[in-house]
Design a protein around this ligand. Structure first.
Ligand code: SAH
Ligand code: SF4
Length: 353
């Protein structure tokens, strides 16, 4: 079934729900009831919406995708981190991750099927972009995550498959539903959008003037090293990215994070660390070092000692740095890996449950 052929219930706004119920001959207040099922009780299956008449449940079921996706695999990384592999209406596959830490739960969501940026070290971009996700599909990731984890997350990061700022229309719609009081009611300060540095997208996100956290995957302090990692087509110059980061901080009033995936022998020199420390200070940005998760594509993770020295050198140069703690460690931890494994199931390595 083509995915674009009908609306997705989970992505509909109260106004769209109202238009739907009224046009099908039901009273307008039914839209509020449906919205409550979605956003208060996290239910996206019409048959479970017990206070609706069966004729309306029938209409929702037959004319909308409700839901459009289903869980085809649930994998546990052993440290509490859970991955859900979701099959979409057109049989494309994406993943979302649930990450508990203390009493805080974080969800990591995908924004596209594949990724057009095609960073050379990343499993998500290996086959390029298949298609954008629709707002309803992004919200279904969230709802499947709640069903799996048993509660709403405290934090949300858009760091799964895809480049969200190249699907900005649907991303903004889903951010709106996630944060609106009539929607899921999350605070924008608890949501982080990660981007490979898509400058026009950073400006569009700033223009909505909500306090979303912005994480920019810098990975390199200059264009020469960056070009080794990110192909030309979707790569912006470092200086333009830094300018857009400053504008974001000034417009939105939130500190920006620079993510830096550490790759052995490529971007892990002492001089790189020193420059990154200076960038962090100059641009009032936090540095988040991500030790590379090896995916069999030739890139390697630096030694523990190199990582520690790299972080220390950033601090010596006035930078503010954190090293990402290993989560979902093992061969399938990095974004997009489970999806690719699904395409080539021979490399299975996670325990299913
Ligand atoms: N497209 C966006 C968001 C998704 S990728 C972006 O690039 O920011 C989220 C983060 O995961 C990026 O910082 C990316 O560099 C990192 N990443 C991808 N593959 C990885 C791997 N194998 N090991 C460690 N980090 C990885
Ligand atoms: Fe796309 Fe981000 Fe992976 Fe680069 S790191 S290919 S931008 S998902």
């Amino acid at each position: 079934m083509a995915v674009a052929d009908r609306p997705i219930l989970a992505g509909m706004t109260p106004d769209e729900l109202k238009a739907f119920v009224v046009s099908h001959g039901h009273p307008a207040y039914r839209a509020t009831q449906i919205n409550d099922w979605l956003c208060r009780r996290f239910q996206m299956v019409p048959d479970a919406m017990k206070n609706l008449p069966s004729a309306l449940r029938q209409d929702l079921q037959s004319e909308l995708h409700a839901p459009s996706s289903r869980i085809i695999r649930r994998a546990d990384a052993g440290d509490g981190t859970g991955k859900l592999l979701l099959s979409l209406a057109d049989d494309e596959v994406i993943e979302m991750v649930t990450i508990p830490a203390g009493d805080r739960l974080t969800f990591c969501l995908s924004t596209q099927v594949g990724c057009p940026v095609r960073c050379r070290f990343c499993a998500s971009g290996a086959d390029g972009l298949k298609r954008n996700l629709r707002c309803g599909e992004i919200l279904e990731e969230y709802l499947h995550g709640i069903a799996a984890a048993g509660k709403q997350p405290e934090n949300l990061v858009f760091m799964g498959i895809g480049e969200g700022l190249l699907n900005i229309g649907e991303l903004l719609k889903s951010l709106d539903r996630l944060t609106s009081p009539a929607g899921f009611g999350m605070s924008p300060r608890r949501i982080t959008v990660s981007t490979s540095g898509i400058v026009p997208g950073i400006r569009q996100l700033a223009a909505v003037k909500r306090e979303y956290n912005l994480a920019i995957s810098l990975h390199a302090v200059n264009d020469r090293i960056r070009a080794e990692l990110i192909p030309d087509a979707c790569r912006y110059p470092v200086q333009e990215i830094l300018r857009a980061a400053d504008e974001y901080r000034e417009t939105v009033g939130r500190m920006v994070t620079f993510e830096y995936t550490l790759l052995d022998g490529i971007n892990d020199s002492r001089a790189d660390a020193a420059e990154l420390g200076r960038l962090s200070r100059r641009h009032h940005a936090k540095i988040n070092l991500i030790p590379f998760n090896e995916t069999g594509n030739g890139f390697r993770r630096p030694s523990r000692r190199t990582i520690d020295e790299f972080a220390a050198e950033i601090e010596r140069n006035g930078g503010h740095v954190t090293v990402r703690r290993e989560r979902g460690s093992g061969e399938n931890a990095a974004c997009g890996q489970l999806r690719r494994q699904h395409a080539a199931p021979d490399n299975a390595g996670l325990s299913d449950n």
